[in-house]
Every structure is written in structure tokens, then in C-alpha cells.
Write a new protein. Structure first.
Length: 92
């Protein structure tokens, strides 16, 4: 209920191991889901793409000049911080 109207992506780690959870149930509840294997480095690019989609980096107008570049820089910094926090959480 708290995340209903927020941009959210579920990140399922340990995709290289046998599944113990119902991925489809999570997808039904959350919508967007990315499976990764932090130890193998798999799925990281898909996670980056999903974060860019959530931050709407794919909707920036590259011909808009400096303002778009500043906005893009800010979005990339925010995405980077989010990925670092996710990595720290996965590493424990």
C-alpha cells in the first residue's frame, strides 16, 4: 500500500541459485522486477537500465543543451547513489 503510487523495482538477488520464492507473485505485487547475481555480476546492466527508466533518463531531450545535461547529471548521480546503497545492502 505504501509503494502503490511510487516508482519501485524489486531486485531479486542470487539468481544463480535455485529459486525459493515465487517471482511471479512479486511481479504481480510490484510490477517491475530485476533478477541479479551480485556474486556473479549478472543482471547489473538490466538493473542500471531499470533505474534509468524509473528516473526517466530515457525521456531526456539530448538536444536541450546545458539544462538537460545538468538534469541528466543529477539523475545519474542519484541512480549511482541508489545502486551503491543496493550493493551495500546486498554485501551486508
Amino acid at each position: 500500500e505504501k509503494i502503490k503510487d511510487r516508482p519501485v523495482v524489486a531486485i531479486i538477488n542470487k539468481s544463480d541459485l535455485p529459486r525459493r520464492i515465487d517471482i511471479e507473485k512479486i511481479r504481480e505485487k510490484i510490477g517491475h522486477l530485476v533478477q541479479i547475481s551480485a556474486s556473479e555480476g549478472e543482471g547489473v546492466q538490466a538493473l542500471e537500465q531499470e533505474i534509468c527508466r524509473l528516473l526517466k533518463l530515457d525521456q531526456l531531450d539530448s538536444s536541450a543543451g546545458v539544462i538537460a545535461n545538468e538534469r541528466q547529471r543529477s539523475c545519474v548521480e542519484e541512480a549511482w547513489k541508489t545502486m551503491e546503497q543496493a550493493k551495500q545492502a546486498l554485501d551486508g
